[in-house]
Each structure stands twice: as C-alpha cells, then as structure tokens.
Design a protein around this ligand. Structure first.
Ligand code: AHM
Ligand code: MG
Length: 341
C-alpha cells in the first residue's frame, strides 16, 4: 500500500477496497485517532500538569458506574472521547465505562436530513488507569457496531448488545514507551505508531499476526487459588513448558505484548466473582475481534466469546484471549477439571 503511511491515508486507502463504502467509518476512525492524540498529550505530561491522582467531587473521590474510583485522567479521557465522538456525524450513541447509561448523539440541529448517526461506539476511555500514578502503560479500547434501530430515533440498548463477530471495527490505543493505535475493520490488524514531532500516527506494524509459538502467559497471580477449575493446572503446565509470566495490570499492554511475542491473557471468574472483572462491551469484545483477526482466539470460560450476545451494557465476563493454541490448551485443562467435578 504505497503512500498509505499515515493513519488517515491508510484508512482512506482501505476504504477504497470496499465496493459501496461511503467513507463514514473512515471518518469515525480518523476522529478516534484525533481524540487519541489529545489524550496522549495529557497522559504524557500528567506528572507535570497536576492531573495525577483521583478525581474529586465536592471534596471526595468520585466513583464510576462500576463503583471504581475515578482518576483525573479517567475523567479527562472520557470527556475527550465523548466530545470528539459526539461531534462526529456518523455516531448515533456511545457507551463508556465511565458513564452509567447510553450517551445519545443527536445531530438533528446540525442541518437538514441529519438525525442520529449510523454507528454506535463502545469505549473504555482509559483502561488500566490505576497505572497512571506510577508511570506504567495505559490504554483506550473501542468497538464500533452498525446500528440496527431506525436512524430517526435515538440509539437503543440492542444496538450495542450485539456479538463481537458483528463489530464493524475495533481497536485500541496503547500509551506506552511509544503510543500506538491498533485497529481492524475485519480485514486483518494494523498498528500505527505516533510520531510526536510530526503529530501523526504512521503505519509501523502492518498485518499483525500472533507468532507461531507462545512465550508468555498473563494472569494476576493473586487470583490463581480462587480461579475457576482448570486455570491453575494450566498455568502450572505453562511454567513446565518454559513460558514466562508477564502482567502489567493494564489489559491493553498485556494484550499487545502477547500479540507481538505470542501469549495468552487470562482474567478468569473466581469463587467470589464468577463473572470476573472485565467488561464485555468495551474491553472483551473489541479485543476478541482483534485476536480473531490476528489468528488468535478468545473464550469467556468455555464459550467462544465472539459469538456471545451480551445482555447488559456494563456486563462483566471472564476473559481468556491470545494465541489460539494456548487458548485451546487452557480450554482442555478447564474441560478436564469440569469432567472430574
Ligand atoms: P479498569 O478498566 O478499571 O482500568 O480495570 C481493568 C483493568 C485491566 O486493564 C487489567 O487487565 C485489570 O483491570 C487488572 O485487574 P487486577 O488488578 O484485578 O489484576
Ligand atoms: Mg477498563
């Protein structure tokens, strides 16, 4: 793809490969790139600009809909993505980890024939934000569905509650030692690295695929004893096969490393939290879509997560994602334990 080096050029060049494409999705993807640059600037200067620490409301720390303490950067990232996506005419609604209900985006005041956009976006604006204060990587995760409800009406919950296999696009931004945007529209996975001196994302990781073999497994070791049966013996097996453990506490960073080096990420259900911790719509589903496009696979416990239809906006799910062979090994270990119960 000669000449298609920046994110914008690449998105537009790819659009030309689809007969009948209108450019609406391209516009939305480049808007996400713009919001990512704004968040990146704040993340990179957080220590200098007084934006570290928890967000305060009326002198107290604020919590999001999940009951989790919000960091200042959570609130900034949420505001930024909502503002940029809310002004994109292609967006009809947003579900964010930081907001209790659907954010409806109404463009009817902006000219004739304009109502609600045809796409809905599920977003975790700043995933792993507890890492910010200690200067470790964080990320943004997004998934885009085409609406099913009429465009003359506000988006409905069912527009968001679609299986991951039906996403039209998904991706993440990793604010790490360099900042990367990785996305897929269902024709492979491509990664772009941000050049801060120019202010553009450039194609750096074309057609990303899991390598043949895995070297890494990622799990919060503190949860191993309470994890669903099968996970602990599988981890023991990983160790005996020479895989190494890596876990940053930021899903995007762990997923990205495992995609490049070959590995599996696990956040299982446990005795006290059968649904685990991670959220289906804006954490698990977009990453499952990307893993599949990169030749990997994803399970929520024993089911293929790509085919699961969510039932609520902030639903949690166990998540096992990464190299297909490792996910299969894990499933076998879980199956074996289930048979013995
Ligand atoms: P968050 O969305 O509140 O940041 O929580 C999600 C994060 C993931 O990025 C990470 O993989 C996981 O929570 C870590 O959880 P734990 O500290 O329980 O291992
Ligand atoms: Mg998150």
């Amino acid at each position: 793809m000669i000449g298609a080096n920046t994110l914008q050029e690449f998105v537009v060049a790819r659009q030309a490969e689809f007969a009948g494409a209108t450019g609406d999705l391209s516009r939305l993807l480049t808007d996400i790139g713009t919001a990512a640059k704004m968040v990146n600037r704040h993340v990179n200067s957080a220590g200098l600009s007084g934006i570290l620490g928890t967000h305060q409301e009326n002198g107290q720390g604020s919590q999001n809909v999940q009951g989790e303490t919000q960091q200042k950067l959570d609130v900034y990232a949420d505001d930024t993505f909502n503002r940029v996506l809310g002004s994109c005419l292609k967006v009809g609604g947003i579900v964010s980890e930081e907001q209790p209900s659907i954010i409806h985006v109404d463009h009817s005041g902006r000219g004739e024939g304009r109502g609600y956009g045809k796409y809905v976006v599920c977003i975790d604006p700043l995933d792993g934000s507890s890492n910010v204060d200690v200067n470790i990587s964080v990320g943004t995760i997004f998934g885009i569905h085409r609406r099913k409800s009429p465009l003359t009406q506000p988006a409905e919950a069912t527009d968001f509650l679609q299986p991951a296999k039906d996403l039209v696009a998904a991706g993440y931004v990793l604010y790490g030692s360099s900042t990367m945007l990785v996305y897929s529209t269902g024709c492979g996975v491509n990664g772009f690295t941000f050049d801060p001196s120019i202010g553009e994302f450039f194609l750096s990781h074309p057609d990303m695929k899991y390598p043949e073999a895995s070297t890494v497994y990622s799990i919060n070791d503190a949860n191993l004893d309470t994890a669903v049966p099968g996970v602990k013996p599988y981890v023991k097996d990983c160790r005996s096969r020479g895989l190494t453990a890596r876990y940053t506490g930021a899903l995007v960073a762990d997923f990205h490393r495992n995609l490049i080096q070959g590995g599996i990420y696990m956040y299982p259900g446990s005795t006290d939290k059968p649904e685990g911790k991670l959220r289906m719509l804006y954490e698990a589903q977009p990453l499952a879509f990307l893993a599949n496009q990169a030749g990997g696979s994803t399970r929520c416990h024993l089911h293929d997560l790509l085919h699961v239809t969510p039932t609520s906006l902030h639903q949690r799910t166990p998540l096992f994602t990464g190299h297909a062979e490792e996910v299969q090994n894990l499933v076998q270990a879980m199956d074996a334990q289930t048979l013995h119960v």
